[in-house]
Design a protein around this ligand. Structure first.
Ligand code: GDP
Length: 191
């Protein structure tokens, strides 16, 4: 699936721009700066597949990538900007809701959590939306190279406690570092 890298297909700003739901699809969600672009690039083995700089005012696009012509990997816009304009947040939430409810081919969401910070209120909101949309999600800890073992274990405990509150949560966590390549084979195999 990952042997040929990934191909950027399109950025979508409304439901009518979505490609046909004709293949297996997984999506990636996370707070801005969680390391989502870097992780997607590490997964696909490409340097600049997902744009690694997100700015708060930027158009909130849902980016579709194809994997081996058989799967879609979907990069959802980062959330949780401190000073995001209300209108931008509202538009993003509406598109996200429509996307999660409207993609029968969506098999799983991956929710990225920074290993240094654990699950925050905005992450809980996304998890609740995934519950309500009946989209199974799996949590991926990012930047594990940046924390001491004890701090990472604390983040894991905190995350597990949060997941227990979410019926759509898949219990198994994947710990990753894009920098070190940790967990990347596991995440690929999971997809
Ligand atoms: P995004 O906003 O979620 O797409 O986050 P980015 O992928 O742009 O990453 C945000 C920052 O974290 C960048 O400076 C990355 O170089 C850094 N970063 C991402 N992943 C890792 C990682 O696994 N380890 C370390 N040490 N830094 C990372």
């Amino acid at each position: 699936l990952f042997a040929t890298g990934g191909e950027f297909l399109k950025g979508v700003v409304a439901m009518d721009g979505m490609p046909p739901a004709d293949r297996i699809e997984v999506c990636f969600a996370g707070r801005s700066n969680v390391g989502k672009s870097t992780l997607i690039n590490a997964l696909t083995g490409r340097k600049a597949l997902a744009r690694a700089s997100n700015t708060p005012g930027r158009t909130q696009e849902i980016n579709f990538f194809t994997l081996a012509g058989s799967h879609y990997l979907v990069d959802l816009p980062g959330y949780g900007f401190a000073n995001a304009p209300v209108a931008v947040v509202a538009k993003w939430q509406a598109l996200l809701k429509a996307y999660l409810a409207g993609r029968p081919s969506l098999r799983r969401a991956f929710v990225l959590i920074d290993a240094r910070h654990g699950v925050k209120e905005v992450d809980e909101q996304i998890m609740s939306l995934l519950d309500a949309s009946a989209v199974t999600f799996q949590t991926v800890l990012t930047k594990a190279d940046k924390v001491k073992d004890a701090d990472r274990d604390a983040a894991l405990d905190q995350t597990r406690r949060a997941l227990a509150r979410h019926p759509a949560a898949y219990p198994e966590l994947i710990v990753t570092s894009s920098e070190k390549g940790w967990g990347i084979p596991t995440l690929r195999a999971t997809i």
